[in-house]
Ligand binder design. Structure first.
Ligand SMILES: [Zn+2]
Length: 396
């Protein structure tokens, strides 16, 4: 945190700017922030003249929108075994969520979607950030993930079985303050005895959940690893597929037909496989998914499926603030760097129902990351914030 207040209005200057839409970089660029909003973003030559406005120059930097991480678990702190590492008491989990939110902000992340907690921990952080009581990214919180009896991550969710219970679960989360819904549509790597590739819910159950969530104005994210569960979730009309390591042609066609977005979460299996203390039973279950992931991702990108950056932060050896790493994985897998940046800015903010973030354009919220380096030449520069602004205020 900076001690002196950020000047308002203020101009940021850098040799290049990415607006978040995937458009070509703007050279010799400037952003004018005023009253918490962006007043101008583009070539410095086009900056409206205003006497006495302070200028902050970043001679080696890249100006970008604040980053979005569309898949995090704020209560979890990246210990080697998720189930064992989540604090037992709600009080401790909420404190962990506050710490992890701050960590995200320090890494240039100004908006996150929390996709599963035991209770209202992330909802509480969302409200506290909005009220200005806690420093962190804006949070769109799902509350407890909806999972079946015997399903994946019951410790980050609530159990629901049968179409009527799915509607009750959605309403229960709404009452708790959740503003989106997470459903567990297949097994998962981190839950013993639950095959990640096998579907969980029946079609009528998923249909009921999505219908109820959409009726109440909430989007739905589906945890789905195997192609059967991916297809069932897409047929039900979910807004995003999380993980999706095994995609076949039918699944990709359903993505295109429904307009759903794809959050591959490369960081999740990578953290598990690289983590020195992660139990071997978890690594064994992650390997097939990690091996299938690159091909699924390339096929989806080639077909034109919109991709969104989400890290699954909080899972084993996958600490909060790692969205730059997620983008590096995407670029390694063949995605154009401008589209990778779009996946963590405009595309993600739109999925999260916040299209006035994730873009540098007049009228948008003044959430700005200044990366230390040329992001177009070195995507890792995203992991080196020179400055972070939220609502026009410098927060790092
Ligand atoms: Zn997750």
């Amino acid at each position: 945190m900076t001690s002196s207040p950020t000047p308002d209005p203020v101009v940021l200057r850098a040799p290049r700017l990415l607006d978040g839409t995937g458009a070509e970089p703007v050279a010799d660029a400037a952003v004018l922030m005023e009253g918490g909003r962006i007043a101008y973003a583009g070539p410095a030559a086009g900056l409206p003249t205003a006497a006495g406005v302070q200028v902050r120059d970043f001679p080696a930097g890249t100006l970008l929108p604040g980053l979005v991480d569309a898949h995090v678990h704020l209560v979890a702190s990246a210990g080697p075994d998720l189930a064992a590492d989540i604090p037992r008491s709600e009080a401790e989990r909420t404190l962990a969520a506050v710490r992890n939110a701050r960590r995200q902000l320090d890494h240039g992340v100004t908006l996150v979607r929390d996709l599963g907690a035991p209770g209202a921990e992330a909802v509480a952080v969302a409200r506290a950030v909005e009220a200005g009581e806690v420093e962190g990214p804006r949070v769109l919180a799902a509350g407890p993930a909806v999972t079946m009896t015997g399903g994946h991550i019951p410790y980050l969710g609530r159990i629901a079985d049968g179409p009527d219970a799915m509607r009750v679960a959605v309403r229960g989360n709404l009452a708790m303050g959740a503003r989106c819904i997470k459903v567990v549509a297949t097994g998962g790597v981190l839950t013993k005895g639950v095959d990640p590739r096998e579907p969980a819910y029946t079609q009528p159950e998923l249909d009921a959940l999505v219908d109820e969530a959409h009726r109440l104005g909430m989007t739905v994210a589906a945890h789905a690893i195997g192609e059967g569960g991916v297809a069932a979730a897409l047929r039900a009309g979910v807004d995003s597929i999380e993980h999706g390591m095994f995609l076949d042609e039918a699944a990709i066609e359903l993505f295109l037909a429904t307009g759903a977005r794809y959050t591959p979460t490369f960081c999740a299996p990578h953290g598990i496989l690289a983590g020195p203390s992660v139990p071997e039973w978890i690594k064994e279950r992650a390997r097939p998914a990690a091996e299938a992931q690159g091909d699924s991702f390339r096929a989806a990108v080639k077909a034109g499926v919109p991709v969104v950056a989400g890290t699954d932060a909080g899972t084993p050896d996958n600490p909060h603030g790692g969205v730059a790493r997620e983008l590096a994985f995407m670029v390694d897998a063949g995605l154009d760097v401008l589209l990778a940046v779009r996946a963590a800015t405009a595309e993600a903010a739109d999925l999260l129902g916040d299209p006035d973030r994730g873009v540098l354009r007049p009228g948008a919220h003044a959430d700005v990351l200044v990366a230390d380096g040329d992001v177009t030449a070195d995507v890792a520069a995203l992991g080196r914030p020179a400055a972070v602004f939220q609502g026009g205020r410098q927060v790092r």
